[in-house]
Design a protein around this ligand. Structure first.
Ligand SMILES: Nc1ncnc2c1ncn2[C@@H]1O[C@H](COP(=O)(O)OP(=O)(O)OP(=O)(O)O)[C@@H](O)[C@H]1O
Ligand SMILES: [Mg+2]
Length: 357
């Protein structure tokens, strides 16, 4: 054994080279194992570049397997390649109504005077601008949207377009309104899950981007890769790498060791699958109410919500709670038979249950 102090981090030294590369939103230059899907998406857009109408595409697959990354990658390439096709990417969790989506599109086409204008009026402005070119619409997390009027209008009134819909659930396509389905007629593309080698390969690339070279001990990295492959969500690996690095730094070590990886895994229950920042304001405030009142009945939470000035109906509130639960920000448990009959207990302790998949 060498000098015991050699393994310690010096003042101002860091194990991280670029922390941003561990962000969930980071789109790496290379997206291995997704070449086929990227080509497929590009193929649907290609007719637009030739002055024809594009094809629509319905994309589905499990969380954290590169759907958003692949779309953003293709749209980034498109933007570099052509000025005649406008990419319009919208996350429908943040923009979950036709009005919000249309206002967002106004921003994207550079129209600022959206205040005090009705949805129809705003859509007309967007339409006039977009119809001068061809458009690729990508509606990510389409299952989070509360109404589909925007989609109907786009299908009817934008001439040259490709509409991409992205979701975790295959069945969402069949649930679309017939009016929309018959106009959309999309091709369908599934994103399969990564196998163990692919998962490890992806994490290794991210490791190279984000950490100083050589700081990861092999067994520590292997454990992180293995855990990520179990959970099948690349975000879990990004979270674990960041957490293990932080733990090693807190211990002033120059290497990330097995013990650090293990401690990071113990912290996994704190990890939210989705980034909280992706939630719209209303859901964020409901989430914080649940956090402050974990373990209470849904009816009581609704009262707190109203006391804090919340204006949604109970039904809408319930729907938001179940969306938060679906996305593993919180957990809900149905209790039958208490003095109130059936009720739902909402809590954060068992948040995300990533380890219980
Ligand atoms: N093939 C890949 N190469 C490099 N990074 C990847 C790859 N696949 C996924 N990632 C990374 O994993 C993280 C999660 O991917 P992404 O956000 O695209 O998931 P998603 O399929 O859209 O999940 P969700 O359905 O939950 O939105 C991102 O940080 C992304 O950059
Ligand atoms: Mg996504």
């Amino acid at each position: 054994m060498g000098n015991i102090f050699d393994g310690m981090l010096k003042e101002g030294e860091s194990l991280f080279k670029n922390l941003d590369a561990l962000d969930f939103e980071f789109v790496p230059k290379l997206l291995p194992y997704r070449e086929n899907q990227q080509h497929y998406i590009a193929g649907c857009i290609k007719p637009l570049l030739q002055g024809r109408n594009g094809k629509n595409l319905f994309i589905f697959g499990a969380p954290g397997i590169g759907k958003t990354a692949a779309i953003k990658w293709v749209l980034r390439d498109l933007e570099e390649h052509s000025d005649d096709v406008v990419p319009v990417y919208i996350n429908c969790w943040q923009k979950n109504t036709t009005y919000k989506i249309v206002v967002e599109m106004c921003g994207l086409v550079g129209y600022k005077f959206t205040q005090n204008k009705k949805t129809e009026e705003l859509f007309r402005i967007v339409k006039e601008r977009l119809n001068k070119k061809a458009v690729v619409f990508a509606f990510d997390e389409i299952d989070k949207v509360e109404d589909f009027d925007f989609l109907y209008s786009i299908l009817e009134e934008i001439y040259k377009k490709t509409v991409l819909l992205i979701t975790n659930y295959r069945e969402k396509l069949d649930e679309l309104d017939e009016r929309i389905r018959s106009r959309l007629l999309p091709e369908i593309l599934e994103f399969p899950q990564y196998n163990r080698d692919e998962t490890a390969g992806i994490l290794k690339e991210r490791m190279k981007l984000s950490f100083v070279s050589g700081v990861w001990e092999k067994d520590a990295f292997d454990l992180v890769a293995e855990k990520t492959a179990d959970i099948k969500d690349i975000r879990c690996g990004l979270y674990l790498m960041r957490a293990a690095g932080m733990i090693a730094e807190d211990n002033e070590m120059r290497k990330i060791m097995l013990a650090h990886a293990k401690s990071a895994i113990q912290k996994l229950p704190e990890f939210t699958v989705k980034d909280k920042d992706e939630l719209d304001d209303e859901s964020q405030s409901i989430l914080s109410i649940v956090k402050e009142n974990s373990g209470k009945k849904i009816g009581d939470l609704f009262k707190v919500y109203q006391e804090k000035g919340g204006t949604s109906t109970y039904k809408t509130f319930q729907r938001r709670i179940s969306k938060l639960s679906e996305n593993r920000f919180i957990s809900t448990e149905k209790i039958t038979g208490g003095k109130d009959g059936t009720t739902t207990i909402v809590s954060v302790e068992k948040e995300k249950k990533l380890t219980e998949f």
